[in-house]
Write a protein that binds this ligand. Structure first.
Ligand SMILES: NC(=O)c1ccc[n+]([C@@H]2O[C@H](COP(=O)([O-])OP(=O)(O)OC[C@H]3O[C@@H](n4cnc5c(N)ncnc54)[C@H](O)[C@@H]3O)[C@@H](O)[C@H]2O)c1
Length: 334
């Protein structure tokens, strides 16, 4: 059978997508694109069998490309995803899918016109073995009934917003760039929907820098089955990158830690806890790609489905809206 031919735009994290696609026997990476000459030179020498382009059109309008992987700056995700779909290509897009609800609605309607096309997004924390173990424990009932779920996206790389492209593009959201991973994790772990959010943000740490948006956003989530949630996107934290996660159920509490996580099953201080030492984060950035390609080849479900992407983006749009106005916002599902 003819292999699916893949083109990847953006050679930062996008370079790590190469191995993800190469893992699947049904596809081959045919083309790479980056508007930086230095990056093009780097990938030309590392991957001599692949075509290397400066302009994204060479991939988006190329009739020989079946799958486009979008790993460009956030502000290009919408136009590149929409163009790829219009040109009948499947899309794997880095998070965030796009920057505005109206763009997400447009992508949704383009996909409705082409139901044969697949879309997935790199919400990679779902592939962390530790969180997979947690999901299994929740599904087995070990935590009882979940009632409160909290997570912090501690970025730990402040210079990326004060010096890099994230501070130079027209709009950057730490909710779409960071909290999106935690929101996805909480939706996946609870299997529930968020109805309403409230949120506040500040830029105390970066107000004298090129970065003009909130660098820290705290949000409270109300789920449809009464679970309460809290998500923080903290880009200014003075600590290394980390995902705090605390999942509270009527029978147990899971708390993530850098070395191991802990599962408490008693309120008795003497009872101790179970160590959950499955690797964290323990993921390769291309780990979601295999199931995405499988979904194209076999019609099976990708680990991150189209529904998942629009759900998580809808919640993130509500959080951004709430913190812009300082208060609450209903989640409008796209
Ligand atoms: N899922 C994850 O865990 C994860 C991790 C890191 C980055 N990301 C996402 O990946 C995207 C890229 O981030 P990064 O950290 O790799 O940035 P980066 O600066 O390291 O690399 C981006 C590369 O893409 C190129 N590029 C950007 N826009 C382009 C365009 N329109 N056409 C051609 N080339 C283009 C740049 O020249 C650069 O070489 C962002 O959307 C980011 O949110 C996701």
């Amino acid at each position: 059978m003819k292999k699916l031919r893949v083109g990847i735009i953006g050679m930062g994290v996008g370079e790590q997508h190469i191995a993800g696609f190469q893992n699947h026997p049904a596809c081959e990476v045919a083309a790479l694109c980056d508007f930086s000459a230095q990056k093009r030179e780097m990938v030309r020498s590392k991957y001599p069998d692949m075509s290397v382009y400066e302009n994204d059109e060479a991939i988006l309008a190329n009739p020989d490309i079946d799958i486009v992987s979008v790993a460009s700056y956030d502000n290009y995700h919408y136009s590149q995803t929409a163009a790829a779909i219009r040109n009948n290509k499947h899309v794997f897009v880095e998070k965030p899918l796009c920057l505005y609800a109206k763009e997400a609605r447009r992508i949704r309607s383009l996909l409705r016109e082409r139901p044969d096309l697949k879309l997935s997004s790199n919400l990679i924390l779902r592939k962390s073995e530790r969180f997979i173990r947690l999901k299994k424990m929740i599904d087995e009932g070990r935590l009882g009934c979940l009632y409160c779920v909290e997570g912090d996206y501690n970025y730990g790389r402040l210079q990326k917003i004060t010096e890099g492209w994230r501070g130079r593009i027209d709009f950057y959201s730490v909710v779409y760039g960071g909290a999106v991973h935690i929101v996805d994790l909480l939706l996946w772990l609870t299997g529930s929907r968020v109805v309403e959010v409230s949120a506040y943000g500040n830029n105390i740490s970066t107000r004298d820098s090129q970065f003009k948006y909130f660098d820290t956003v705290v949000s409270i989530l109300r789920f449809e089955n009464d679970i309460t949630g809290k998500v923080t996107s903290n880009y200014s934290c003075v600590c290394p990158h980390f995902h705090n996660l605390a999942i509270y159920g009527t029978k147990g509490t899971f708390v993530n830690g850098r070395e191991t996580a802990k599962l408490f099953c008693s309120r008795d201080p003497q009872a101790g806890f179970e160590k959950i030492d499955a690797p964290y984060p323990g993921v390769h950035k291309g780990d979601l790609i295999y199931s995405f390609v499988d979904s194209i080849v076999n019609g099976s479900g990708a680990d991150v489905t189209i529904e998942d992407i629009f759900k998580v983006m809808s919640v993130c749009f509500a959080i951004e809206k709430a913190c812009q106005k300082g208060g609450a916002a209903e989640v409008e599902y796209i």
